[in-house]
Design a protein around this ligand. Structure first.
Ligand code: TRP
Length: 338
């Protein structure tokens, strides 16, 4: 489905990625990029650092997060010679395009955007004024995101469910501009949700998330990973008691990482009362370490040699910028009748 298409992946640098981020977002994004490239398409992959400053004001912390996210994608197999891998803040045209897009962004779209609405809801719950602590960066961020998408003539934007609305806003803004000038100035994007990707549960059964403190770490040593896996919630039923694997959290997490044969084996063992919780936790631990062992090494290498990553990002920006420049020129020519 990606033949000859431009696929764009954007990621906010939000903190040290855990196993849930890796299996649920990072790995599938790299795979989709590869699929596009393999079938004659193009893959842009950028780090949305301008989006990040709305929430993160400490430059050192922001820089650390950017490094971590860049290195995890490289370690996970993103090939910067094939994918165009860059930082949003290296493409200044983004802001000129955004200013033009603002003139076609109904304020009501921003009022309804999820990220803003969630912030308002949180304020209401806390008994604070609606817009308490909300900056214009957060409020207008769907327009900047629309620019991220249209600047590179993206066809397909793979996203999680929470970002669908933002891609639709991008499509609406681009459509309004095209309609006004009666010309295809901007390419209309579509979102893509990868249904094959499951939400990875954390060690307490809720979605794995740093804010719940229920993560299995990606880049810590084997001991910390083991500690997290051995604290996955279980009950006190004896091994011999036949169990329904679908009710067992370790099995649920295993399903997101193991091969079909391995999953079958664990399922059978539980159903037949032949595998206890200690066994299945060790099976999960082996699968996790097998999956991330090589990645962890590469990740540590890139973190320690970030100058090499800087060069890759600079090269990506050089390759991304001409598309943004061309988009800006098309817009300015039309808007100002140049
Ligand atoms: N808003 C996205 C997120 O929070 C990140 C993002 C910014 C993005 N610009 C984008 C994603 C453009 C896809 C396309 O995850």
């Amino acid at each position: 489905m990606f033949e000859g298409k431009v696929v764009l992946t954007g990621v906010k640098p939000t903190g040290t990625p855990h196993l849930g981020n890796y299996l649920g977002a990072i790995k599938p994004a790299i795979a989709l990029g590869r699929e596009a490239l393999k079938t004659g398409g193009k893959h842009y992959m950028f780090i949305a650092d301008y989006h990040a400053i709305n929430a993160e004001k400490n430059p050192e912390v922001l820089n650390q997060k950017l490094r971590e996210i860049a290195c995890v994608y490289l370690a996970g197999g993103l090939d910067p010679a094939q994918s165009v891998f860059f930082r949003q803040s290296d493409i200044p045209e983004v802001h000129e395009i955004t200013t033009i897009l603002y003139a076609y962004t109904p304020k009501g779209f921003m009022n309804k955007a999820h990220a803003y609405k969630a912030a308002v809801d949180k304020n209401r719950e806390a008994g604070k004024p609606d817009d308490d602590g909300i900056n214009m960066g957060l409020y207008t961020y769907p327009t900047l995101m629309a620019t991220d998408i249209v600047a590179y003539d993206s066809d397909i934007v793979p996203v999680g469910k929470d970002q669908v609305q933002h891609v639709e806003i991008a499509r609406d803004i681009a459509g309004a501009i095209n309609a006004h000038y009666n010309k295809e100035l901007l390419h209309l994007p579509t979102y893509y949700i990868d249904e094959r990707v499951a939400v990875v549960p954390g060690i307490d059964g809720r979605k794995m998330s740093k804010s719940y403190g229920n993560v299995i770490p990606l880049f810590e040593d084997d001991k910390s990973i083991k500690k997290a896996i051995f604290s996955i919630k279980t009950d006190s039923r004896p091994m011999e008691e036949p169990k329904n694997p679908d009710e067992i959290l370790v099995y649920e997490i295993y399903k997101s990482i193991a091969t079909p044969e391995q999953i079958q084996e664990m399922g059978d063992g539980l159903r037949q009362g032949k595998l206890g919780y200690g066994h299945i936790k060790n099976m999960l631990l082996d699968a996790v370490i097998k999956e991330i062992g090589g990645i962890r090494e590469k990740y540590n290498y890139y973190m320690a040699h970030f100058d090499e990553v800087e060069e890759m990002l600079a090269d990506g920006a050089r390759r991304a910028r001409p598309a943004a420049q061309a988009t800006l020129k098309r817009l300015k020519d039309a808007v100002f009748a140049r």
